[in-house]
Design a protein around this ligand. Structure first.
Ligand code: PMP
Length: 452
């Protein structure tokens, strides 16, 4: 597939030769890179992307799941334009009415979020969630699950994609840092847990309970491997018993697998939730929320103390959990996000229906070639996993799948005009309809016929 890929994308190749003289690897986010060089897109419209060579693609990356209304949705564009024209490009450095409007909406859909704060990315949202857990409990270790991604900083850049041979026993994984330059002292403060293994998880949490501030997890690993209901119920119960906060990272699942995220589907109330991606309407954004008593430690002053700072509960600044940012609660982004939520409220069901059609079609095409493949996921996100296992429950199960074949298929699909970064997950939007799904299934058929 790579040969045909290179033939089809000469301008992307030329671009990457230049861009690597400007940016290491030619990219400004490592995730944008794939071998031999990434496609460079020029334009997006609805469900489609167009590259420098003028090739057209059905886009299933949707910017890592962020664009749930597709590219350039007219209502979002209009909301952003109105906001810019009415009030200017930027925030005023003061509170803003849209912060309250968005907050009200989010708290309605995510009842566990009794108070919220805004950030500028999903990474910042999980970072603040962890600081809140430290600040609230006075404990300074965090537990995360093997294979779960929460952003690129030291505390959580542990065992996201480790080599299984280096990573210790499945039921008691060793933490592996995923980058050079990660402070080994910080790395040691992160405890690694095995996903969907309740017994082992309870054992590790119990061992570290006096030092653990919180457990952070993707309730649906990578957006597609769901926690078992029993596992989730058990995790909620044990964290409560041990005095460890439960943090849901719903950056990927929020507004994508359901309006109310994984917590709605599982019927679980985490102590803290991080949101991002879809709710930013295509702009950099994150939201952190949780129990009032936890969130309120970031209040610079109790409301009643405003006029008498000497009486303030937080007269000593060090009693307050620090959270700031020049761009927090950016009105343009809030306008885009609110419009996105409004559209989704009427259209989300159809995205789920279309996703099911595509998933079913893909599995049938593999089956017609006697290949065992699964389309794993809930709502509008899934992964194509070629495996002989009956069920894929965690990171190590996934590592047993046939990545080589999947990758080969992905390069051929790129040539057929289906945009998926090799080995990534499929996300659908409100503008992926019958036409796009049929086109995708035809491309799959062509590719599988070519290979088998
Ligand atoms: N958490 C999860 C579950 C994510 O998928 C991501 C982004 N892929 C992040 C956190 C980090 O978000 P951002 O890229 O906006 O910093």
């Amino acid at each position: 597939g790579i040969k045909e890929y290179i033939k089809k994308t000469p301008k992307s190749k030329e671009f990457s030769e230049k861009s690597s003289l400007i940016m290491p690897g030619g990219v400004t986010a490592n995730i944008k890179f794939f071998e031999p060089y990434p496609i460079v897109m020029e334009k997006g419209k609805g469900a489609y992307l167009f590259d420098l060579d003028g090739n057209e693609y059905v886009d299933y990356m949707l910017s890592y799941g962020a664009l749930k209304l597709g590219h350039g949705h007219p209502k979002v564009l209009q909301a952003v334009q109105n906001q810019l024209q009415d009030e200017g490009t930027m925030l005023f450095g003061t509170p803003h009415k849209l912060e309250v409007e968005m907050g009200t909406k989010v708290m309605e859909l995510y009842p566990s979020m009794e108070r919220i704060r805004y950030t500028n990315s999903g990474t910042e949202a999980t970072l603040l969630a962890i600081r809140l857990a430290y600040g609230y409990t006075g404990k300074y270790k965090i537990a995360k699950f093997e294979g779960h991604y929460h952003g690129g900083y030291d505390q959580v850049l542990q065992s996201v994609n480790p080599k299984v041979n280096d990573a210790g026993p499945a039921n008691n994984p060793i933490g592996i840092s995923e980058s050079r330059g990660v402070d080994p002292y910080i790395a040691e403060q992160t405890i690694i847990l095995p996903f969907n293994n309740l017994e082992a998880t309870i054992e590790i949490l119990t061992k570290w309970k006096d030092e653990l501030a919180g457990v952070i997890l993707e309730p649906i690993q990578g957006g597609f491997i769901p926690a078992d209901q029993d596992f989730m119920d058990g995790l909620r119960k044990v964290t409560e018993e041990l005095g460890i906060l439960l943090i849901f990272d719903e950056v990927k699942t929020g507004f994508r697998i359901s309006m109310g995220g994984a917590q709605q589907i599982y019927g679980i109330k985490p102590d803290i939730t991080a949101l991002g991606k879809v709710v930013g309407g295509g702009f950099p954004f994150g939201i952190v929320g949780g129990k009032k008593e936890v969130m309120d430690i970031s209040a610079p002053s109790a409301f009643s103390d405003v006029f008498d700072s000497s009486q303030s509960k937080h007269s000593n600044a060090q009693d307050v959990l620090f959270h700031s940012g020049t761009y927090n609660g950016h009105p343009t982004i809030l306008a885009a996000g609110l419009e996105t939520i409004a559209v989704l409220e009427t259209e989300i069901a159809s995205v789920f229906e279309n996703t099911e059609k595509l998933k079913k079609g893909i599995v049938e095409l593999f089956a017609s070639k006697s290949i065992r493949a699964q389309t794993i996921g809930i709502g509008s996100i899934f992964n194509v996993v070629i495996t002989d296992l009956d069920e894929v429950k965690n990171y190590r199960d996934l590592q047993q799948s046939n990545f080589a074949l999947r990758k080969e298929i992905d390069y051929h699909l790129l040539v057929e005009g289906i945009y998926m970064k090799p080995l990534n997950r499929y996300s659908l939007s409100t503008v992926h309809g019958e036409t796009e799904i049929n086109r995708t299934l035809e491309a799959y058929e062509t590719v599988l016929n070519k290979l088998f």
